[in-house]
Write a protein that binds this ligand. Structure first.
Ligand SMILES: Nc1ncnc2c1ncn2[C@@H]1O[C@H](COP(=O)(O)OP(=O)(O)OP(=O)(O)O)[C@@H](O)[C@H]1O
Length: 287
């Protein structure tokens, strides 16, 4: 398998925040979701990959080559969608397209107009008159219209209505049918990832907490629920995290660690969602 994106020990410090020793990689043919709480460093990581933020140490490889070797050529192969206004606000969608398409050697006008029609983006309106969601759709259409092999997106689903969000996920699954491509995107909508992401990378306080196959991650943990009367006993098994309310307790633990008491106590065990995993892992790290 060919690695399309690789970060090795990447660090970057700001006054009050630092990305520290960030390492992960993504192979062709896969979708990776990038999650983490507000301010965890998701956008900064994405900007480092696009060389919009200069890293202090470490290495970033795109398509197997150091990204600084020829970023201009490498960017041709990347569809990048992020939350900043990148278009000329006073110009229409059509005029913006004319400008942006000139940067790409492999621009595909047919694909662009197909997406614009499917996404219902009005070509004749100035960009400033588009809603946030429609601007995102326009940015997506651009990212998907130059035969990019790596699609990198910063919270592409934020601001999109649930119907289009679902359509977008289908489009991503469609894009990834081409096994030469890979998609890396950050999001707070973890349910989207459960549907489409092959891998999850989780960042917290500028450090990578985990990079794991989505299904394995969801299978590895359990949420154990029961009455307060059993809380102390379960605590004895040292769950990764535990919370108690007046109604009972909830313990977050590795599935294999529950084996010992599964038969002993009649406790409810649920498969956690990605949101549960994120919540408890952040809680654990705060302890
Ligand atoms: N150019 C900069 N100068 C100084 N600090 C910065 C700069 N860019 C980002 N930061 C800080 O880095 C931290 C991480 O920000 P970042 O936008 O990467 O987080 P995020 O995970 O994308 O958050 P969110 O989910 O809220 O979008 C924040 O504390 C932010 O203030």
């Amino acid at each position: 398998m060919e690695t399309i994106l690789e970060l090795n020990h990447v660090s970057k410090g700001f006054k009050d925040f630092a990305l520290q020793d960030v390492s992960f990689s993504l192979e062709k043919g896969y979708i990776m979701g990038f999650i983490g709480p507000n301010g965890a460093g998701k956008s900064t990581t994405l900007r480092c990959i696009m060389d919009l933020v200069h890293i202090e140490s470490g290495e970033i490889k795109l398509f197997g080559t150091d990204y600084r070797n020829n970023m201009k050529a490498l960017k041709q192969r990347i569809g990048f969608v992020y939350d900043q206004d990148v278009f000329f606000e006073d110009l229409t969608v059509e005029k913006n397209k004319r400008i942006v398409s000139s940067f790409y050697d492999q621009w595909d006008d047919d694909a662009f107009y197909r997406y614009i029609k499917d996404f219902e983006v009005p070509l004749t309106k100035p960009v400033k008159a588009l809603s946030k969601g429609t601007k995102m759709k326009f940015a997506l259409a651009v990212a998907l219209s130059h035969h990019a092999e790596l699609i990198i997106m910063d919270e592409p689903t934020s601001g999109l209505d649930p119907i289009f969000r679902k359509e977008l996920l289908d489009i991503l699954l469609d894009v990834i049918q081409d096994e030469n491509k890979a998609i890396f995107f950050s999001t707070h909508i973890t349910t989207d990832l459960e549907q489409v992401a092959d891998y999850i990378t989780f960042i917290h306080d500028g450090k990578i907490v985990l990079c794991e196959e989505t299904q394995k991650l969801l299978d590895d943990y359990l949420l154990v629920k029961g009455p307060l009367s059993l809380a102390e006993k379960v605590r004895g098994y040292q769950p990764d995290a535990m919370k108690e309310t007046s109604l009972g307790f909830e313990a977050f633990m590795k599935r294999n660690e529950t084996k010992q008491f599964e038969t002993e106590f009649n406790l409810r065990m649920d498969r956690p969602t990605l949101e549960d995993i994120m919540y408890y892992m952040v809680k654990v790290r705060k302890r």
